[in-house]
Ligand binder design. Sequence first.
Ligand code: M6R
Length: 638
Amino acid sequence: MCGIFASIGSREAAPLILAGLRQLEYRGYDSSGIATIKVDDQGIGQLTCLKAKGKLDNLILKYEKFGATGLCGIGHIRWATHGRPDERNAHPHLDGESQIAVVLNGIIENYQSLKEILEKQGVVFLSDTDAEVIPHQVAQELKCLQKEGQPASGHLLLIAVQRVVSCIKGNYALAVTWVKTPEALVVASKQAPLLIGLGAGEFLCASDTPALAGFTRNILPMNEGEIALLTPLGIELYDDKGDRQYRVPNLLSIDDQIADKRNFRHFMLKEIYEQAETTALWVDRYLNKTDSITDVVNQPLVSLKIKDTVFEGVERIQILACGTSRHASLIGGYLFEQLAGIPTSVFYASEFRYSPPPLLPNTLTIGVTQSGETADTLAALAMEQQRVQAKNDSTFMACQLGITNRPESSLGRRISNILNIEVGTEVGVAATKTFLGQLLAFYSLALSFAERRESLPHYELKALVDELKQLPHYLEKLIKEHDQLCASIACHFSDVKDVVFLGRGINYPIALEGALKLKEISYIHAAGYPAGEMKHGPIALLDASVPVISIAVPGIVFDKVISNAQEAKARDAKLIGVGPIGPETQLFDILLPIPKVSEWLSPLLTIIPMQLLSYHIAARRGLDVDQPRNLAKSVTVE
Ligand code: M6R
């Protein structure tokens, strides 16, 4: 949510910043901006600031027209929180004399009171943002320090920013430049990601690793409350008490592939297709390969790269997540309870933090976030950690498990047990392959628990694992078929205003996810319900104008789902079914066929038509599928 990129060194900063911002564009595309400082012939610093509404391309056009030179600069990509997404609210924000430029990711919670004080002192604000208080405050601090006789220097800027951040409440990552110190940049981070990259002859700073990967593999993630002074000669890092910190940078381990659409029209479609391949890799990495009964009994069915302590003494599980990750977690919860016999609760991380359940002993807490940066999830996990520590009783489990696609993220840095879903970079803002990756992580975990606890006979678990091995083959075929089928039926949704998704049991979360995908990228209102709940209210919505998409796969609730679909049909709703070809599914006006698999595994297939239908409806409407309005890939504000 908002992205920052800053650069200082021996190369022109603007091209580096624009390239870095391109990699951060998934974090927001309401506006973007850049500020650079060049030194003129008299040795005086000159600040250039360019801003543009909308996507980064608009800023690049401005840059090509007006230019922005200098070896030091900061850039920003915005997802609006305070103030409309227009140019005047775009970052960088400047002080009244245009000497100081600031970019911010996060929220300054006490900005109103700070703004009031500044306004009383005559400061004029040019934007509606919370961020603008920072350059004005830094300017005031610098004036005070200079009055005390201290000459302009990077250290002076550092002290000014230290003083300012000690007065602000909230979570933020920020970068500050000062026209009088073109050889210095100050960056600070509190509960928002910021990473320093150590390049060849330059230092860079960004909100996320992919933005740095094109420049360096030596990365120094900033810790909570840290502040750093970057100069062409080096880094000085301080904690929130002002004590100097010394750390060795990490070597970036993620693949730094430049995201490429290949021949696909959108990243989202490419990422839907990639699910067959990522599933094949998962099967290869984790599932027991042997078919010999003796070997199967001697080796675990699933080999996970996490510590055994995660499995020990667990009596309950609670899962904290948001959005699509929460939908995956609901299926995880179903598997933990029904397959492994472990009572499980799944929470919206944003709700958990303010109304947590009473703490219970032997509860494993799992945080699920593809980006590893979702502020709600990170905050909920941190709060739970604190509650457990406050108990000071070893029956309350201090160990937490994180499931993510980004082990190098804030989640990965805060939690030592990480289950990496390893599905590769997902560029589309609508999560697809990361959802399937999260589901597979839950299948691995639930099967491991079930095997250790012997909650089901071993042959049943082995049969499930054998069926899972067929999954890549099913997916490959299904994705191709449904791509064509969904493209051909998308026209039925041209004038639709509402769509209802129904599912039951293990497929209820797939109905929720289908509705979320449609809302996110096509802007059509959609709601997912447990099919049996329709008659308790939502059925009043139905008439011929509201399509109903019903997930009906063989299993314990098959007949019930078919009856629920009949009830919708009786209200003239257009019925689209997701299920196997057969007499039971003949009632559907349109069937999106799914091969007959065990009900346990069905969500891994039923999700495909949900993703492809949303995709084709949005693409047909000519919408920006990969960067839907108002959204961002990584939501780093609470
Ligand atoms: O990175 P996370 O998995 O924590 O993100 C959580 C949600 O913001 C995310 O799933 C969101 O709902 C996506 N846009 C779904 O497509």
